[in-house]
Design a protein around this ligand. Structure first.
Ligand SMILES: Cc1cc2nc3c(=O)[nH]c(=O)nc-3n(C[C@H](O)[C@H](O)[C@H](O)COP(=O)(O)OP(=O)(O)OC[C@H]3O[C@@H](n4cnc5c(N)ncnc54)[C@H](O)[C@@H]3O)c2cc1C
Length: 405
């Protein structure tokens, strides 16, 4: 069977529309707003979100009955990559983390009441949300260590614990909190359950937003002290917190990869643009082999990343096992992003190191890609395990390499 790499006309049409909207309306506003006070950003983004609704690009990831465009994972790969050409692009379309994976999670795991109460206002862009799993005291890489406890008391669960790096916590109307309900469960992955916690709620204390190398990105540190959550706010079945996290991150990781590809491509365009215009030692930079190598390496890495992301999206769309492909795409694209931005800075010389271009900001943000949604080493361990298992079971590794060729 031939593999058809042409985009279906409807997907290409959406991709073009998102590019035109982001490049034509969103990116210019973002450039103008650099250094502007927060209120100006809020007003401008509000106007752009309204424009996204008017031009039919609102909620690309949600089905029409939830006010969305009904795009499936492959089409979403293109939309996210185009949207990420502006930092605020995904938020303008209402498909930003952590709300987008929270919406997917509610859609898949929520009861009708939970969907109406939490998904509806998220989809309408009236509220924001956050996801609180990681804790400062124990390794976030191993959720079986989670210490936040949820104990049932009548019709309520009482939550006590300490979370941090809950992105978007300040201003969120609710949090999806992962807590241990069954400390003796076997396997240990069945210890945790997920809860929807309304904010504000008595006992929920946002201590601070954590300063990071990319500035204060609204990653919240939170204490939960006797937070009472109605039993009906458990999200998914008891003991399924780990599975729910995996489901959420499966989608979320890939959506991140798509946005990182958009950013990496932008950095490569900046690299080429500079190389075409800068002259030194008798020729333009783009004529020098050292610079051409950087351009070629970046192109190959981004191209590989695109194929990996599209294949993983295809597997999700077809209902096939996808975790191995998503893990490989996540590590590859996160590192590609870092390397391409680094090369773009190199080609820009001192200008690249300055704050006069977006590159330094892009680089500071890119560093988180190798940690958030699972550190590189954890994914690499997972990937290697599947390769080794495949060889042990079948005497061949093909099935762990995307099952291609
Ligand atoms: C920008 C950003 C946003 C985030 N947003 C959220 C959010 O919204 N909600 C949330 O709950 N969390 C969030 N996190 C937390 C993130 O999920 C965790 O940082 C991540 O899971 C790693 O956990 P940790 O930081 O505790 O590192 P640890 O688990 O302590 O790991 C530290 C290092 O140990 C190494 N390591 C760990 N395990 C292994 C292994 N098996 N083999 C080899 N090496 C290993 C790796 O090098 C790893 O980087 C965010 C983090 C960042 C940086």
């Amino acid at each position: 069977m031939a593999i058809d790499f042409t985009l279906p006309p409807d997907v290409e049409e959406v991709r073009q529309r998102v590019r035109a909207f982001i490049d034509g309306e969103v990116a210019p506003v973002e450039r103008e707003l650099q250094g502007a006070p927060r209120e100006e950003w809020v007003r401008a983004i509000g106007r752009l979100r309204q424009r996204a609704r008017e031009v039919g690009l609102w909620n690309p990831h949600l089905p029409p009955e939830w006010g969305g465009m009904g795009l499936r994972p492959v089409a979403m790969a293109f939309v996210q990559a185009e949207a990420a050409r502006a930092g605020i692009g995904p938020f303008v379309l209402n498909c930003q983390a952590p709300d987008e994976p929270n919406m997917q999670t509610l859609l898949h795991w929520g009861t009708d009441e939970q969907k109406e109460k939490y998904l509806r206002p998220l989809a309408e862009g009236r509220i924001r949300s956050c996801f609180a799993m990681t804790e400062p005291e124990v390794a976030g890489s191993d959720p079986t260590l989670i210490q936040t406890r949820a104990v049932q008391e009548g019709d309520y669960w009482v939550l006590n614990g300490h979370k941090w790096f809950a992105s978007g916590a300040k201003g969120a109307a609710f949090a999806v909190v992962i807590a241990c309900t069954d400390p003796d469960a076997d396997p240990p992955q069945a210890r945790n359950s997920a809860f929807i916690v309304d904010i504000p709620t008595e006992g929920w204390e946002l201590v601070r937003t954590i300063g990071t190398m990319a500035g204060e990105g609204n990653h919240g540190e939170i204490y939960l002290r006797n937070v009472r959550v109605p039993a009906g706010n458990m999200l998914g079945p008891r003991g399924h917190g780990h599975l729910l996290g995996q489901f959420r991150l499966g989608h979320g990781r890939l959506a991140h990869c798509m946005r990182w590809i958009g950013q990496a491509e932008l950095a490569l365009e900046m690299m080429v643009d500079r190389a075409l215009k800068r002259y030194a030692h008798g020729s333009y930079l783009h004529e020098k082999q050292a610079i051409r190598w950087m351009i070629a390496e970046s192109a190959m890495e981004i191209y590989t990343g695109k194929l990996m992301v599209l294949h993983a999206a295809y597997k999700i769309e077809q209902g096939l096992p996808f975790r191995q492909e998503v893990a490989m795409a996540k590590v590859h694209v996160a590192n590609t992003l870092w390397r391409v931005i680094d090369r773009a800075i190199q080609v820009h010389g001192a200008l690249g190191y300055s704050t006069d271009t977006p590159l330094e900001r892009m680089m500071r943000h890119a560093r988180a890609a190798r940690l958030a949604d699972g550190a590189d080493e954890v994914h690499m361990d997972f990937i290697a395990r599947h390769v080794i298992d495949a060889y042990r079971e079948k005497g061949a590794v093909k099935s762990a390499l995307g099952d291609l060729l």
